[in-house]
Design a protein around this ligand. Structure first.
Ligand SMILES: O=C(O)CCC(=O)C(=O)O
Length: 182
């Protein structure tokens, strides 16, 4: 999978999407306060083997670990299907809170700890948007189809949220304290 970061300040049309009133108003309603954009990214999963993004929580990535919950929005550019690697989520898993991640194939949840029997797929038409909490367990499998799968992803936190320090980060998202093996 190819990723492109930090384009909203150099490409006006992408800036307009990230700050679109329909998005900002929705996220403001969920937070109960103004959001700030903390990450912008394009995710390009090429056909014929574009790689998986294993099960993870977005807030386990240090640049998204804040004192208040983040919201991600994932926008399909091409149609996202089961075949070309659309999103899968475990509904309600954000309520588990911060869960240890492991550096095995990437930085991800232990495969055997994910309740995959509750997995639901989120196919989207081009322009379709998924809003999801930064603690939600989610995955995108490899793309073995002949269709490319491009998406945009933006993350927001409440304006009053602050970055979590390194000690607290370790407690939240690593097994250093619990010693839990994968
Ligand atoms: O678009 C994808 O394939 C994966 C997106 C994702 O979950 C991430 O980058 O955190």
């Amino acid at each position: 999978m190819h990723k492109i970061h930090e384009f909203v300040n150099v490409e006006e049309r992408l800036h307009e999407i990230a700050y679109h009133p329909a998005i900002i108003n929705t996220v403001t309603r969920i937070f109960g306060e103004e959001p700030k954009l903390i990450q912008d990214m394009a995710l390009l999963k090429p056909p014929h083997g574009g790689g998986e993004k294993p099960w993870h929580q977005d807030m386990a990535y240090g640049n998204l670990t804040y004192t208040k919950v983040a919201i991600g929005i994932w926008i399909a550019i091409d149609e996202a299907t089961v075949e070309n690697g659309c999103m899968h989520v475990i509904p309600g898993s954000h309520q588990e809170g911060a869960t240890p991640h492991y550096a095995i194939r990437d930085w991800h949840l232990c495969d055997s700890h994910v309740p995959v029997e509750r997995d639901i797929v989120i196919p989207l038409k081009p322009g379709g948007v998924l809003f999801f909490y930064g603690m939600l367990y989610h995955v995108t499998p490899s793309n073995f189809s002949h269709m490319r799968r491009r998406a945009l992803q933006f993350h927001y936190v409440p304006t009053s949220a602050e970055r979590v320090g390194p000690k607290e980060y370790k407690r939240m998202f690593t097994n250093e304290l619990s010693g839990a093996e994968c």
